[in-house]
Design a protein. Structure first.
Lengths: 284, 327
């Protein structure tokens, strides 16, 4: 039992959780929209990148940007379709609508890409780094670095730019923001595109760890639920902390207690926190 | 016209009993009708939450699976008959719903949905890993349903045998929903959803209402799962699959919320498509998901909203002798 190795695993896992969760948490914060198709968007991005490599023959470093762009376009389409209930803030309907979209993606991806597991390979995955009996891959390093860079950039945009101020204004009160001449519909579309693009980047960096499957959808990203809620709705810094915290928890729980019940334990933790703080840890 | 709506709905549902016999009595017809009835009952459980509390429960697959596991485990391991397993399914689901209801007492909107979803994930993981519940293999070899009283009743496992049970369960569920809508709890739930401030002012205990409605909804889905175990003679972690969740929600919204026959007609439409007009498993997923999203985006009130819009147009094109208060 090597604790240092587990801590490193936790950091790597955690950066992946945070990266996959960030689009979701921004969307939830700005549009109060829970996107239950998040997992299927992750799956779709992984398959788009895989298809670009496998069918078009491009390298991994081109395939991931392709997936980000394609998913961004998917985001525009989805948000245009959902614009009416989003503007009305009809949140119950929206949750169910996104569940429906997710189901369409799952069936559609199985039709287009086939129902078999595929291996989406990154050349960095096989480049190992060893220090004594501790090891990790260059893919892990890139994931960790990419997560930190993205979070820093996002934090700056949200808190230090006019665009960020617009997003925060719409999040606070969409109607009032519109009175001040802010085009809330465009902000919502922009936020949704960011969600889709960010989850595509997450899939590009994290999905090569394991085989990809059209039906993986929610199971793959289910733990990011915990990150989104524990980090505090819409909080960038909170998500990063929650992501690393969850990564540590799953790595240590999996190694010390029981790997089979790791997800259950993380969710039990979430439920326990929500019973005490119904709006999440980050809420004031 | 409203006065005839409820008796007409019950008459229609009662006449549905003869549908399989009239349409030829082929096994595939009995299978489809039994499946429609029991999945409709499952949907009515979630309908209670969505239509009357206005919340989206993503955890009703737990109660559906609870019913299935209670029936199969007790019938296989303890040899219990249908009445006993049904009672156990109701009891276990009420206990689980009370626990989950307490945990979600203060949560609203998406937090409520997230927590119920999280609970379903935990439950699935437990079912998948715990050998007591059969683990990933599930429970196989569920014996035929024995549902007799004083020597008369039903023993069987074919869909033709199970159809009267499924139909009877459906009728009981409809009666329950009808009574619920007129009960103090049902009207309080609607008030809490539509106008929480008014409910507060009238002294309605909102948390108690939400808790009671949640607990009352669980045995409905559980009894559907109970019958499903006998229909399939097998129960496994696949009862937690998102198929059932998406099906419940689609069945509720397709025709329109707060309509007595809504979930039944919705389920019937879905299962008829999947049984007789299937375009492959993945194609059916696309259809189901697209219907769910499309209905809510195009006609948020469901198909009944389209009907109402047409009716309004027809009425307004006719000359009216006196002014009416628009409803």
């Amino acid at each position: 039992m090597n604790i240092t190795q587990q801590v490193i695993n936790g950091l790597i896992l955690g950066s992946g959780y945070a990266l996959i969760a960030i689009g979701w948490t921004v969307l939830l914060g700005a549009a109060r929209l829970v996107n239950f198709a998040h997992g299927q968007l992750y799956m779709l991005a992984a398959f788009v990148a895989w298809a670009a490599m496998d069918r078009l023959g491009v390298s991994y470093f081109i395939a991931v940007p392709i997936a980000v762009v394609v998913l961004g376009l998917v985001g525009v389409l989805l948000q245009i379709m959902m614009l009416r209930p989003v503007m009305q803030q009809n949140l119950t309907s929206l949750m169910i609508v996104t569940l429906g979209f997710g189901y369409v993606f799952q069936g559609g991806a199985a039709r287009i890409f086939g129902g078999n597991p595929e291996s989406f390979k990154s050349p960095l995955q096989s480049a190992e780094i060893r220090f004594g009996d501790i090891w990790f891959t260059w893919q892990d390093v890139v994931t960790l670095a990419g997560t930190l860079v993205l979070f820093a950039a996002l934090w700056l945009v949200v808190n230090r730019t006019r665009l960020g101020a617009l997003v925060r204004a719409v999040a606070e009160d969409p109607r009032l923001a519109q009175l001040f001449g802010i085009d809330a519909a465009r902000i919502y579309i922009g936020v949704f595109v960011f969600e889709c693009a960010a989850v595509a980047l997450g899939a590009g960096l994290v999905a090569p760890r394991s085989p990809i499957l059209a039906s993986m959808g929610f199971d793959e990203v289910i733990l990011t639920f915990v990150v989104v809620v524990l980090g505090g709705i819409g909080s960038v810094g909170g998500s990063l902390l929650a992501g690393f915290g969850l990564g540590m928890f799953t790595a240590l729980f999996g190694a010390l207690v029981s790997p089979a019940y790791t997800t259950a334990a993380a969710f039990a933790l979430l439920v326990a926190v929500l019973v005490m703080r119904p709006r999440g840890l980050g809420a004031r | 016209m409203r006065n005839f709506a409820t008796p007409a709905a019950f008459l229609l549902a009662a006449l549905a009993y003869f549908v399989p016999a009239v349409s030829g009595g082929a096994p595939v017809i009995y299978a489809a009708c039994t499946t429609i009835a029991l999945l409709a009952v499952m949907s009515y459980g979630a309908d209670l939450i969505l239509s009357y509390l206005g919340e989206v429960s993503l955890g009703h697959t737990i109660f559906w699976a609870t019913g299935g596991y209670a029936a199969s485990l007790l019938a296989v391991n303890a040899g219990w008959n249908g009445w006993q397993t049904a009672a156990a399914a109701v009891a276990v689901s009420v206990v689980l719903a009370a626990a989950l209801g307490l945990a979600t007492l203060r949560t609203r909107e998406f937090v409520f949905s997230l927590v119920t979803y999280a609970a379903a994930v935990v439950a699935m993981e437990v079912a998948f890993n715990w050998s007591f519940l059969g683990g990933s293999d599930g429970v196989v070899g569920v014996p035929p349903l024995q549902l007799t009283l004083f020597g008369v009743g039903i023993t069987g496992s074919s869909n033709a045998d199970l159809w009267p049970v499924a139909w009877g369960l459906l009728m009981l569920t409809l009666l329950f929903i009808h009574r619920f809508r007129r009960s103090r709890l049902g009207t309080s739930a609607l008030m809490v959803q539509m106008n929480p401030d008014l409910a507060q002012a009238l002294g309605v205990d909102q948390r108690a209402v939400r808790f009671l409605v949640f607990v009352a909804s669980a045995p409905i889905s559980a009894l559907a799962g109970w019958l499903y175990a006998y229909q399939r003679a097998y129960v496994g972690p696949d009862m937690f699959e998102s198929y059932f969740l998406v099906l419940m929600l689609t069945a509720i919204v397709i025709v329109g919320r707060r309509l007595l026959l809504g979930p039944l007609i919705g389920t019937a439409l879905i299962i008829v498509q999947q049984t007789f007009f299937s375009i492959g498993g993945d194609g059916d997923k696309i259809v189901l998901g697209a219907v769910l999203a499309g209905i809510l985006l195009l006609w948020p009130k469901g198909l009944i909203g389209v009907w109402d819009a047409l009716a309004v147009r027809r009425r307004s094109s006719r000359p009216r002798p006196s002014a009416q208060i628009p409803s």
